[in-house]
Design a protein. Structure first.
Length: 261
């Protein structure tokens, strides 16, 4: 993806992430619809996802309609971890499987390793034919809750002017909310990138917000082709991650970088 250029990728001590979602879609598997996934549940418990539920509520989202989201959560089985420091969740439905991490994330390859184990179990139990779409979505938030000692004025300085040119106007202080959506495709990988500056309320990851002025950076990388092997998923996963890093660096200013190094 050349739109964002090959930005210099950096490692930051402070993570702005409040959610990571990997999702794979596949042709309907009636076995999942018609049978309780007891074998899958046993393996998920062994891997550290003992909490079980059905039809969980959708995640909190400021973007309406949402983008790159999971399919409607009907007849969806949810397997969640209990460790508050590692809040992971696996969702399984008749046509998709996903792994979600809630909260700040700065754990290297842990998400990738967990995903590999989840997909291996899925393949062994359901012997799926192929995936039709895979996607990796990173959702970031900037506000005075996750970056203490900043003000609403500081937040505006964290946003590159080319994302919201309106902020350069004389009366920009009158702006209460802005959002922008980029839809990109380089012929192989698609990207949906959403930006918003707005007040937000609700739970985002592990953060409770109450009318909090926030800058959102929501980056979804995906591909819609037939993928038959689990190992091929991770070829694209690594490409998604690289494209995400380029897009993230493009989406912040040097002033914000000094706050999170």
């Amino acid at each position: 993806m050349n739109f964002f250029g090959h930005q210099q990728m950096q490692e930051y001590q402070k993570s702005l992430l409040f959610e990571i979602i990997f999702e794979a879609r596949f042709p309907d598997l009636l076995k999942i619809s018609n049978e309780t996934p007891t074998d899958f549940q046993s393996d998920m418990r062994y891997q550290g996802y003992p909490n079980f539920a059905i039809n969980a509520s959708p995640v909190q989202d400021i973007f309406k309609p949402d983008l790159g989201d999971l399919p409607e959560l009907l007849n969806t089985y949810i397997f969640a971890s209990t460790d508050r420091k590692r809040p992971y969740q696996v969702n399984l439905s008749k046509d998709s499987i996903s792994l979600t991490h809630f909260g700040s994330y700065n754990k290297g390859n842990e998400f990738r390793e967990r995903l590999n184990k989840v997909l291996d179990v899925f393949d062994r139990i359901y012997n799926f034919s192929h995936f039709t779409r895979i996607g990796l979505r990173h959702r970031n938030i900037v506000n005075e809750i996750n970056i203490p000692n900043i003000t609403n004025e500081n937040i505006m300085s964290f946003i590159p002017k080319y994302i919201f040119p309106e902020l350069k106007q004389t009366n920009a202080d009158e702006i209460k909310s802005l959002n922008r959506r980029y839809i990109l495709n380089d012929g192989e990988v698609g990207m949906n990138v959403l930006y918003a500056i707005t007040t937000a309320s609700g739970i985002y990851g592990q953060i409770q917000l109450n009318n909090q002025m926030s800058y959102f950076i929501d980056i979804d990388c995906f591909i819609e082709i037939s993928i038959e092997e689990i190992q091929d998923v991770f070829k694209f996963y690594d490409l998604f991650l690289q494209n995400y890093c380029y897009a993230f660096e493009w989406s912040i200013t040097d002033r914000l970088r000094t706050k999170i190094v």
